[in-house]
Design a protein around this ligand. Structure first.
Ligand SMILES: CC(C)(COP(=O)(O)OP(=O)(O)OC[C@H]1O[C@@H](n2cnc3c(N)ncnc32)[C@H](O)[C@@H]1OP(=O)(O)O)[C@@H](O)C(=O)NCCC(=O)NCCS
Length: 142
């Protein structure tokens, strides 16, 4: 078990990682702490890396995938679409480390936005210096 976030190896995902990310997304899809709207995040991530787009960072613990962050890297901002850390690696600062790495790899942006936020997740974002800027009203059509 890792004792510090610096023990994790973090790197940008490539198209070759698609199998590993698929397996990881199966774990996430069975995780009851994952909100419904993030359950198919793996599909988006796989499509994205297969298209050769950047902004997906992977965190490894002894070559095993422990966490992932998916962000769109735009000219003036970073839009974080999803972040997931495997249950047994939580509360060690790994998700925070992944978010900080994004800002380190893609510096000098005007802002970083988290677009998929749950009530629980809000605490995580707030602890990383994020603040609510805008509420959206949505009518569900089902
Ligand atoms: C949310 C999530 C990514 C956090 O990952 P993590 O690696 O455990 O986060 P960190 O260790 O970097 O947490 C940093 C701080 O955020 C806050 N935080 C993180 N998870 C929290 C939780 N479940 N409840 C309350 N505060 C939380 C704490 O202040 C924490 O610091 P502390 O451990 O010293 O108290 C992880 O729980 C997860 O993958 N959840 C399921 C998917 C999900 O909800 N994604 C985000 C949608 S917004």
């Amino acid at each position: 078990m890792k004792s510090s976030v610096n023990d994790y190896v973090i790197r940008e995902a490539t198209a070759e990682d698609h199998g590993m990310i698929y397996d990881f997304s199966l774990i996430a899809s069975k995780d009851e702490t994952v909100p419904d709207f993030l359950r198919n995040a793996g599909e988006f991530v796989i499509k994205k890396i297969e298209e050769g787009r950047s902004g997906v960072l992977l965190a490894f613990s002894d070559e095993e995938l422990a966490g992932i962050v998916d962000a769109d890297i735009l000219e003036s901002k970073i839009e974080i679409r999803s972040v997931y850390v495997r249950k047994d690696h939580r509360r060690k600062g790994l998700a925070s480390h992944l978010v900080n790495k994004l800002m380190e790899i893609y510096p000098n942006k005007e802002m970083v936005l988290a677009t998929a936020v749950t009530e629980k997740g809000k605490k995580f974002w707030e602890s990383n210096g994020f603040r609510v800027m805008e509420w959206k009203m949505v009518k569900k059509m089902d």
